[in-house]
Design a protein around this ligand. Structure first.
Ligand code: 5GP
Length: 244
């Protein structure tokens, strides 16, 4: 049996693979970025001191940028080096993937040659359910499952394409390509659909534009090199700050 936590230790409302969510006030949660790394439905796991900080700061740089461009997000402000104050949302149980260059599962499942540039971004929806390995959804399945309606699909697609344009516009002058990324959405207390979760080196592929070297979680997934140095590089190139 697990030991009881010390008295007075706040309990997370939710513990994900790399973040924990704590109560804050009536309208907000506290989202803590941990140093944990997982891949392949958590079959591969590690903990690296500093990783949570780098991702937290990357997301705190990119989410406000997206918000300023007109896509509402749950991010309010940083509470500490590794914590975001976020709006309470009810998460929509799907993941929206956006792809500019062929990488990862679209190469494995559909036979695209890695690195192929798509003429227009590809938007895909997966059910957020590890036990089924996040299967691909279409509108009819999503509607039958009660996960999202066709109108909600259309809205998430439009918001995702806007996020893609904002991120590419920021990253490309910094010598970074954005092959793909994953977004999650939720409904806020007013019933508005907003972007939730994070935009970070865990949820995006970032490639160096010259060498096409991965500067993201693929380095952990596929043992491509020094994982912590990779998150640090993503942090430095995206925030423009030097890590201490
Ligand atoms: P793929 O479908 O190739 O595995 O992933 C496409 C993109 O979405 C990648 O940038 C990947 O990091 C992100 N992604 C897809 N599913 C997940 C997931 O369950 N968790 C995280 N953190 N990222 C995901």
């Amino acid at each position: 049996m697990a030991a009881a936590p010390p008295q007075g230790t706040p309990q997370p409302l939710y513990t994900g693979k790399a973040k924990s969510l704590f109560p804050h006030d009536d309208r907000h949660f506290r989202m803590v970025f941990r140093d944990d790394l997982t891949a392949f439905d958590a079959v591969k796991k590690a903990t690296m001191k500093g990783k949570g900080y780098y991702n937290c700061q990357i997301a705190a740089t990119l989410l406000p940028m997206v918000e300023r461009a007109g896509v509402p997000t749950h991010f309010v402000r940083l509470l500490s080096d590794t914590e975001h104050l976020v709006k309470k949302v009810k998460i929509v149980k799907l993941e929206v993937l956006c792809r500019n260059l062929a990488a990862g599962s679209i190469v494995k499942n559909y036979g695209f040659v890695e690195g192929t540039e798509f003429k227009k971004p590809i938007v895909m929806f997966d059910l957020k359910e590890d036990k089924f390995h996040d299967p691909l959804l279409n509108e009819d399945i999503a509607e039958a499952l009660g996960v999202a309606t066709a109108a909600e699909f259309a809205k998430m697609r439009e918001m995702t394409l806007k996020v893609n344009a904002v991120l590419r516009g920021y990253l490309e002058p910094r010598g970074l390509l954005l092959p793909d990324f994953k977004l999650e959405f939720g409904y806020d207390l007013e019933g508005g659909l907003i972007l939730a979760d994070e935009i970070s080196a865990d949820t995006c592929r970032f490639w160096d534009a010259k060498t096409r070297r991965s500067i993201d979680k693929d380095v952990f997934r596929f043992d491509k090199g020094d994982v912590l140095a990779t998150y640090k590089e993503a942090y430095e190139r995206i925030t423009g700050k030097t890590a201490g």
